[in-house]
Design a protein around this ligand. Structure first.
Ligand SMILES: NC(=O)c1ccc[n+]([C@@H]2O[C@H](COP(=O)([O-])OP(=O)(O)OC[C@H]3O[C@@H](n4cnc5c(N)ncnc54)[C@H](OP(=O)(O)O)[C@@H]3O)[C@@H](O)[C@H]2O)c1
Length: 229
């Protein structure tokens, strides 16, 4: 154990859960670098921001450079995400949802995991959703992208654990951010609660966490019904 500051990268932190968790990491004494299309208002010496779109061709290069400037990465949280209702006559928004929610996370792992393997230690957290087991007629790209994310990150967890690299999938129900904009938001939790869940994950490095528990139970019960409609 060294006494250097712990180094975290948060992808998707101009708003919502990513922004709130960035503030928490800084308060806990981490050195943090954030990436998103927009800047955020954080102005402290222990924070740096890079404006980039995770779907851009040069995103892996920007992320790699950001990690080099940080001096390495102990923790990476992938919090970037979008969710759009389907327009059956124009599936572009669904395609983009896969590019941000799934391929952005896949490309992030491809940059951070080799660095963590070289260090023999590291923790990658992907923010997924309890929608990952639902078949959704309303937002099929969101449910599908989260299904891919959960499956990929849980597989990576199994592949990497023996090498000292931990991967956590966090499956949230509704969290009170601008993303949860629909009228139906049962058992929604405040952002502060989501931040506590992530802080617990940083301490304990679990494979998968589903919160809130009652919503996870509800989603697991309802999921088979969505498979047959
Ligand atoms: N809120 C919920 O109810 C809920 C439930 C389950 C899971 N989640 C998941 O939690 C994560 C965070 O969501 P949130 O509720 O905090 O949403 P949010 O408030 O809308 O924040 C989303 C973040 O993702 C970033 N982002 C979006 N597209 C991006 C892109 N192309 N490139 C880089 N960054 C991008 C946004 O920054 P820019 O716009 O500046 O790029 C923003 O900082 C998402 O993966 C979401 O699916 C949310």
């Amino acid at each position: 154990m060294t006494d250097r500051m712990r180094r975290a990268v948060v992808v998707g932190n101009s708003d919502g859960i990513g922004l709130a968790f960035t503030r928490r990491l800084l308060a806990d004494g981490w050195l943090v670098t954030g990436l998103s299309r927009r800047d955020n208002a954080i102005a402290v010496p222990t924070y740096a921001h890079h404006t980039v779109d995770v779907t851009a061709a040069d995103y892996p290069r920007v992320l790699g450079r950001a990690i080099d400037e940080l001096g390495g990465v102990d923790l990476c949280v992938y919090a970037a995400g979008i969710g759009e209702p389907v327009d059956p006559t124009d599936l572009d928004a669904q395609t983009r949802t896969f590019e941000v929610n799934l391929m952005g996370a896949v490309r992030t792992a491809a940059v951070v995991v080799p660095r963590m393997l070289a260090d023999g230690d590291g923790h990658l957290i992907g923010i997924s959703s309890l929608a990952d087991r639902l078949i959704s007629a309303e937002a099929p790209g969101y449910a599908g992208s989260k299904a891919g994310l959960s499956s990929y990150f849980m597989g990576l967890s199994a592949a990497l654990r023996r090498h000292g690299v931990h991967v956590t999938t966090v499956r949230f129900g509704f969290v009170d951010t601008k993303m949860a904009k629909g009228a139906f938001r049962p058992l929604m939790i405040p952002v502060d609660r989501a931040v506590e869940v992530l802080a617990h994950c940083v301490r304990n490095r679990p494979v998968c966490v589903s919160r809130p528990r009652r919503m996870a139970l509800l989603a697991a019960t309802l999921a088979p019904l969505t498979h047959t409609r």
